[in-house]
Design a protein around this ligand. Structure first.
Ligand SMILES: Cc1cc2nc3c(=O)[nH]c(=O)nc-3n(C[C@H](O)[C@H](O)[C@H](O)COP(=O)(O)OP(=O)(O)OC[C@H]3O[C@@H](n4cnc5c(N)ncnc54)[C@H](O)[C@@H]3O)c2cc1C
Length: 228
């Protein structure tokens, strides 16, 4: 198997039952079947697909490696924690002894360290003892939400499939789905799929999703605060 990284696919055409895949750099490939696994980074390669998801940013921070006396008192059995609020945070110790904590980030691209400040506050609320420990890493990525909170599998044409909607839990989920979808493409047996293929249904008023997200987050924050 050959993996070609950093090759943006810009066009898909079908000719005599074969797909032709064109990349931004001008390379061309032929394939019997295509699976678009572009999730929250979905662009306009397949019309309407990007409008079926709401991409959100997930932000993370990592402290410097913790001194042994501090590390011993935090998650001593190496637990990975995720709280049960709607706007949740999650954290664990990394293999190299850092505390790594993640949660929701702003909709726009981050512009400076201050955009991770809400996670630093959350970290210090949980573990005031870490307030003197440096935050050494800050990063972010996109996760894809769907209105029904399920991943969706689409097959707009024979030999062309797409899977989107990790709901921020795709490490295991999308990996397992990939295996099942490959099984379906190889065999044509729909029983390989864990749930049915659905139509590509763009979310109404998708262009205004940021307003919807802001309103939903405010509502969720209020519910979380009442339940505290
Ligand atoms: C900070 C953070 C923390 C997370 N924590 C967890 C966690 O603890 N547990 C968990 O289960 N999940 C977690 N997630 C979510 C998890 O990362 C995703 O669910 C998972 O990566 C989705 O996998 P995927 O293969 O479907 O899509 P992705 O990993 O998003 O891959 C999609 C790929 O498609 C590529 N692409 C898009 N368009 C094109 C194109 N036109 N041509 C070529 N390539 C294209 C993109 O460049 C990208 O590489 C986290 C995400 C973030 C950002």
């Amino acid at each position: 198997m050959k993996v070609a990284e950093h090759q943006k696919v810009v066009r898909l055409d079908k000719n005599a039952g074969l797909w032709r895949i064109s990349t931004e750099d001008g390379a061309e490939l032929e394939a019997k079947a295509i699976l678009l696994a572009t999730n929250a980074y979905t662009d306009d390669l397949l019309p309407g697909l990007a409008e079926t998801i709401v991409p959100l940013h997930s932000f993370q921070i990592a402290t410097a490696p913790l001194p042994p006396d501090l590390a011993a008192g935090i998650l001593p059995e190496g637990q990975a924690v995720s709280d049960s609020r709607r706007i949740l945070i999650y954290y664990r110790k990394s293999a190299d002894g850092r505390l790594v904590l993640g949660g929701r980030g702003r909709m726009a691209q981050p512009t400076g360290e201050g955009d991770w400040a809400h996670l630093e506050r959350a970290l210090h609320r949980l573990y005031p003892v870490l307030s003197g420990v440096a935050i050494e890493q800050r990063w972010f990525g996109r996760v894809a939400m769907t209105p029904d909170h399920f991943p969706h599998i689409h097959e707009p044409e024979q030999g062309l499939m797409a899977v989107v909607g990790c709901q921020g839990r795709g490490v295991g989920l999308m990996t397992a789905l990939g295996e099942r979808i490959a099984g379906y493409l190889a065999s044509g047996d729909a029983r390989q799929l864990p749930f049915p293929v659905s139509l590509i249904r763009p979310i109404p008023f998708h262009a205004f999703r940021q307003v919807g997200v802001a309103a939903t987050i405010a509502w969720y924050r209020m519910l979380d605060a009442f339940e505290r």
